[in-house]
Design a protein around this ligand. Structure first.
Ligand code: F6P
Length: 351
């Protein structure tokens, strides 16, 4: 995310805008004070190679309430801010859109309570918002790749390559649990690029008799001389009834049926840290620059957009349409309509 933050600041400064950091996510927007600090060209030097985000991030329930939004709106107005770039997943982006939709009501309330002046209300009639998708899960419809996914993918592959040494020497089977919440993208690409033998992911639950299918496949491979097996389990993996398939369940099947020396490695938050990949750095630069351009071109009444990568192009898409589509994937999975879920996920999931 740092490359995106850097690009927003520098593109903004380059175009003659006054740019502010909002630290600690929506919580910082609500708390105001030092959390909303002016940024300059130098304040984003030396951050492009750092993981996470230097401006901090937080899950914030208060921003869902009108009282929280009122505080946030007042802080923005007092600082003279009328354009907002939001980086986050569908939750943060939905919040951004709601904030923008409530803006006229918030203004009216603040004015009525004497919290802002008539002049401030008039100069801040519109709040323009542009979103960028920051999520390692690659779960946002409309984006071929979200910021952070490629770095997480690299982390996973490095870990599997390291695990393979022990697996090979000791003829073991390793089950690697990877992140992705309800999205199997990381699991699938990790499986393909590590020559894994089996993958469990949310959008494509295995057949009912998966223990049998799995054991048959692994036995055949061992019979052909393979010394190890790698199985990738997405943290959101489910069976055809929608029940979770866990790494422990898979291990128990292999130990019981094949008597294999089987170990589990849960990669966890290792996937979300470390130096961002070269691809992610460029992606952040491109998205950040495009987000500022989109804000500069926004007119009163322009719909909130999200800047994404589509077919290697930076594009602007209607924010809520993408959020709705992303929610439709979750619904399709809930309804056990797996093909529809994959179709809705978009190009990065298909042939
Ligand atoms: O949304 C990204 C993600 O990394 C998921 O893959 C994972 O399930 C979740 O966040 C973990 O969130 P937290 O750090 O809040 O436990």
């Amino acid at each position: 995310m740092n490359s995106a933050v850097r690009a927003v600041v520098r593109m903004g400064v380059y175009l003659g805008c006054k740019v502010h950091f909002v630290k600690e996510g929506y919580q910082g927007l609500i708390d105001g004070g030092d959390n909303i600090a002016e940024a300059n060209w130098a304040s984003v030097s030396g951050i492009i190679h750092k993981g996470g985000t230097v401006i901090g991030s937080a899950r914030c329930m208060e921003f869902k309430e009108q009282s929280g939004q009122m505080k946030a709106a007042k802080n923005l107005i007092k600082k003279g801010i009328s354009n907002l770039v939001v980086i986050g997943g569908d939750g943060s982006l939905t919040g951004a859109n709601r904030f923008r939709e409530s803006w006229p009501t918030l203004l009216k309330e603040l004015l009525g309570k004497g919290e802002i002046t008539q002049e401030e209300a008039e100069t801040h009639q519109h709040l323009h918002i542009v979103g960028m998708v920051g999520s390692i899960d690659n779960d946002f419809c409309g984006a071929d790749m979200t910021i952070g996914t490629d770095s997480a993918f690299h982390r996973i592959i490095e870990a599997i390559d390291a695990i393979v040494s022990t697996a090979y020497s000791h003829k073991r089977t390793f089950i690697m649990e990877v992140m992705g919440r309800h999205c199997g993208y990381l699991a699938i690409v990790a499986a393909l690029s590590s020559e894994a033998d089996f993958v469990f992911c949310p959008e494509m639950p295995p057949p009912e008799d998966w223990p049998k299918v799995l054991c048959k496949k692994l036995s055949q491979e061992r019979e052909m001389g393979q010394r190890l097996n790698i199985i990738i389990v997405s943290e959101g993996a489910i069976d055809r009834s929608g029940n979770p398939i866990t790494a422990e369940q898979v291990r128990d099947v292999l130990v019981k049926e094949l008597k294999q020396d089987t170990r589990i490695t849960v990669l966890g938050h290792v996937q979300r840290g470390g130096c961002p990949s070269a691809f992610d750095r460029i992606l952040g630069c491109r998205m950040g620059a495009e987000a500022v351009l989109a804000l500069m071109e926004a007119q009163p009444g322009t719909e909130a957009c999200v800047v994404t990568l589509e077919g290697n192009q930076a594009v602007r898409l209607p924010l809520m349409e993408c959020v709705e589509k992303t929610k439709a994937v979750a619904k399709a999975m809930e309804d056990k309509k797996w093909e529809l879920a994959v179709q809705l996920r978009g190009k990065s999931f298909q042939r």
